[in-house]
Design a protein around this ligand. Structure first.
Ligand SMILES: Nc1nc2c(c(=O)[nH]1)N[C@H]1C(S)=C(S)[C@@H](COP(=O)(O)OP(=O)(O)OC[C@H]3O[C@@H](n4cnc5c(=O)[nH]c(N)nc54)[C@H](O)[C@@H]3O)O[C@H]1N2
Ligand SMILES: Nc1nc2c(c(=O)[nH]1)N[C@H]1C(S)=C(S)[C@@H](COP(=O)(O)OP(=O)(O)OC[C@H]3O[C@@H](n4cnc5c(=O)[nH]c(N)nc54)[C@H](O)[C@@H]3O)O[C@H]1N2
Ligand SMILES: [Mo]
Length: 766
């Protein structure tokens, strides 16, 4: 009997050998250099390691496949603008091991599913296209041509193009992403869910509505010049380490940093710049001036408390709000203020879990400064009220006139290295009509003008058999999405599942009737096409588009670029019905960029401007106080307090990243900055919550979530006592995705609420 999709969808529940130490009091520094070198030498060929670390994020080099943090315009470190996690990301991609037909002949799909995510990831780079026949136990090799035909045949056999789902993860370059969405739209659907749906979708929704652009407004230079930077719901020490250098520079210029986080994340507290030899010897910079240990999802309450006190002061002194800005550039002030007055300060502060003393420190910094930047990431976007979280931040910035001027503004810190660019060039299940009109004008076919499936809707559609082909351009869908058991059944309902990937992952094991793995080049590799070596381009978190060019020879001759795969699939599916000459784009990426210049606003003269080594900025209205909202002005918004009613035995759980993972790719088994070694099946708990449940350190527990009458369980986790607010707990994703209900998501944005899952914890009896 072969394993069920649910069985295959999860990493094994067995324990390793948990060791708990005190968290270090400093991040990066020598330990980061040591860890980077050990990763690079373990997994890369040595000469490659050196070549890569010199070229990463250098002008004319390749864009780090890690996070989306921007590179400084001028003074990039000669050691390579890298960080520990960047080195880990390229060590993972440029592995010296490859897997092909022998590997897949030896290991069945069922067997591979019993490996941990760490083992699966370390098996090597995918070296040739593989096919899983209906009922087969093992993948077998397939030619590219046959693979393309197979996808085409399945897509053409559907009753309606809306029965296909085309997912994208955020590493895909602008060129590949543009062609992909063009293909999907010409094929006839707008089912383009992407990782952004699970990530910063709420930021996009909230910012578009209030400021008229779904992206942040600040540049790196603004961060250097800010008087106050709030870092809310973000763990940059692990996930955006190069951001710490920018915060360090801000502090050097006199800026103050406020960290709002349930956890005292080490990188936020103290940081030693690994690229500064003097700092390495003398110790690091203390980053956060004030640490605000917020209760999970207490942010709206905290910001409301701040807004109420600011209003009180404004009414006393008339010198707190930027009235000129409010008058000239905003809409909805009066309604907002009258709603604000219905809240009670003490109730808000209580709901945030913050002491009066810490509140006062934050309050005075905000009161006395007018160049304020708020940075945020998943701690704000993965809640049911995620959009409110961000709109409330905008309210604060608007009152202080802290938008569209030097040293002030919004800074949603993006995840994947090109997630922002993918959306800009059209990976969007609800793309604006103006964009669709441009496509029609340029290519002469009419794109479907109906919203397609986002991630959550796509899962439901597959579960209900309304969608029957799943195509993933990058990513690891089954491990990234919520409600693992339900989602595994959804994928298993498909006729065909296809993944374009660099590495083996769990999504290749939870398949439809038939499955394809299409292996592609990574960022680090040279991309040769008919017209020669190609460059590609990406957009970072601050809206700068720059080129990226691999420097290593491809790890296997059988790999195609993502562009070539998309063109191959499009050509085999649409054949001579297509209005697009796909193969010409495959041969020369300049032609793709010429088209993007015509279709996407802000990309005029794309090819020419890409030659500038540091890239070019895309237009950003909020940056210059031009707000393209419904009213033409920046919009105040009205937000409710979330209404949490936990019973005595319930906790709110956030699912977070360890220091040794990139999303579903597990680099290693330690979470060094939190003092956890050799284990991922853990739950961080407040000591009092442990005591109330008679739990001790390392005790084995099962976790249970009940949502709208459905019970979900995850077994075998070890308790780690930690400095986390009472009634809150934390676990790692993807191990606990099984507990995240599919129908618990952010209003408007539909981001799964994976940072506020209500659970109970039960000791496992021996
Ligand atoms: N090395 C590495 N780099 C990465 C990634 C990776 O996995 N590894 N992933 C990339 C991607 S795709 C993304 S989206 C980003 C993710 O970057 P982050 O958003 O920093 O990642 P998370 O681990 O999800 O951390 C969320 C943080 O929010 C806090 N938090 C949780 N709930 C709340 C809350 O209710 N309120 C507040 N104020 N804080 C809260 C948590 O304690 C944690 O510090 O990083 C990108 N970069
Ligand atoms: N519970 C919970 N769930 C979450 C989150 C959370 O915080 N908690 N975070 C969410 C977030 S923010 C995100 S962004 C999603 C991430 O969701 P995804 O983007 O789907 O997941 P990744 O782990 O980033 O994808 C890794 C895979 O991408 C492939 N890959 C890597 N590089 C390339 C490349 O250059 N080209 C191609 N074609 N493939 C490549 C490799 O095969 C690798 O296995 O997960 C979400 N899920
Ligand atoms: Mo993300």
């Amino acid at each position: 009997m072969s394993k069920s999709p649910e069985e295959k969808s999860k990493t094994p529940e067995t324990f390793l050998n948990l060791e708990i130490r005190n968290p270090p009091n400093n991040s990066a520094g020598f330990s980061a250099i040591k860890s980077s070198i050990s990763h690079a030498t373990k997994y890369l060929k040595n000469t490659d390691a050196l070549k890569l670390s010199l070229k990463i994020n250098q002008k004319g080099g390749f864009d780090c496949p890690g996070c989306a943090w921007p590179d400084p315009d001028d003074d990039r470190s000669s050691l390579g603008e890298y960080c520990e996690n960047g080195i880990k990301a390229i060590s993972e991609e440029a592995q010296n091991k490859t897997i092909g037909r022998q590997f897949f002949a030896k290991h069945s799909v069922d067997e591979l599913s019993t490996w941990s995510d760490f083992q699966i990831g370390k098996s090597g780079r995918l070296a040739e296209p593989m096919f899983l026949e209906e009922g087969a136990t093992h993948y077998q090799p397939i030619s590219w041509e046959d693979a393309f035909e197979k996808v085409g045949k399945h897509l053409n056999a559907l009753d309606n193009p809306d029965e296909a789902v085309f997912y994208t993860s955020g590493r895909t370059t602008n060129e590949a992403a543009f062609l992909y969405q063009l293909f999907v739209r010409e094929y006839g659907t707008s089912n383009l869910p992407d990782c952004s749906n699970m990530c910063h979708e709420a930021s996009g929704s909230a910012l578009s509505e209030t400021l008229g652009i779904g992206k942040g407004s600040v540049t790196l230079d603004d961060l250097y010049k800010a008087e106050v930077v709030m870092v809310v719901g973000q763990n940059p020490g692990t996930n955006h380490p190069r951001m710490l250098s920018a915060l360090e520079k801000c502090k050097k210029n006199g800026g103050k940093i406020i960290a709002v986080n349930p956890l005292p994340e080490v990188g936020l507290i103290k940081f030693t710049n690994p690229q500064n030899p003097i700092k390495l010897l003398t110790g690091g910079t203390q980053i956060a001036d004030v640490f605000v240990p917020i209760t999970i999802n207490g942010d709206v309450a905290f910001f409301k408390a701040l807004l109420l006190k600011l209003l009180e002061k404004e009414e006393e002194t008339s010198s707190v709000f930027d009235k000129e800005f409010i008058e000239k550039f905003t809409h909805g002030y009066e309604t907002f203020i009258s709603d604000l007055k219905t809240f009670n300060f003490d109730d808000c502060l209580k709901a945030s879990g913050i002491s009066k003393q810490i509140f006062e420190e934050v309050f005075h910094l905000i009161l006395n400064n007018n160049k304020i930047i708020v940075c945020w990431a998943m701690g704000l976007t993965q809640h049911q009220n995620a959009v409110d979280n961000i709109r409330e931040i905008v309210n604060l910035l608007l009152l202080k006139g802290s938008i569209g001027k030097e040293g002030a503004g919004t800074c949603p810190v993006r995840g994947h290295s090109n997630v922002q660019g993918d959306r800009t060039v059209g990976i969007w299940e609800s793309a604006p009509q103006a964009f669709l009109d441009k496509i029609e004008e340029k290519y002469g076919f009419k794109p479907l003008n109906k919203h397609g499936y986002s991630v959550i809707e796509a899962i439901k559609a597959m579960y209900e058999k309304k969608a029957r082909v799943f195509f993933g351009l990058g990513g690891n869908f089954i491990s990234a999405v919520p409600d693992t058991d339900y989602s595994a059944k959804a994928l298993a309902n498909c006729n065909l599942t296809v993944h374009v990937s660099t590495k083996l992952n769990r999504s290749h094991l939870v398949t439809g009737n038939e499955a394809l793995i299409l292996p592609c080049l990574g960022r680090t590799e040279k991309d040769y096409q008919k017209t020669g070596l190609q460059i590609q381009s990406v957009e970072n978190s601050m809206g700068i588009v720059s080129s990226t060019k691999g420097i290593l020879e491809p790890c296997s001759e059988a790999l195609l670029s993502e562009v070539a795969v998309v063109c191959g699939v499009a050509n085999a599916t649409l054949k001579n019905k297509s209005k697009v000459n796909w193969l010409q784009y495959r041969d020369d990426y300049n032609l793709v960029r010429n088209d993007i210049s015509e279709v996407v606003a802000g990309f005029e003269n794309y090819n020419k401007r890409l030659q500038k080594p540091s890239g070019f900025y895309l237009p950003n209205g909020a940056r210059s106080r031009e707000f393209s909202t419904n009213t033409g002005k920046a919009q105040f918004s009205i937000n409710k307090l979330p209404n949490w009613k936990l019973t005595d035995d319930e906790l709110i759980m956030m699912t977070i990243r360890s220091h040794d993972q990139f999303n579903t790719t597990i680099y290693g088994l330690n979470d060094r900055y939190r003092g956890v070694f050799n284990e991922r099946r853990i739950i961080f708990m407040n000591r009092e919550d442990m005591k109330a449940r008679k739990l001790v350190e390392k005790q084995v527990v099962n976790l249970k979530s009940e949502y709208k009458g459905v019970i979900r369980e995850a077994h075998n986790f070890k308790v780690v006592p930690y400095d986390i607010p009472k009634n809150c707990c934390a676990t790692y994703f993807p191990e606990t995705n099984v507990l995240v209900p599919l129908d618990s998501f952010a209003h408007t944005a539909k981001t799964p609420a994976s940072k506020s899952v209500v659970i109970t914890v039960e000791a496992v009896k021996n």
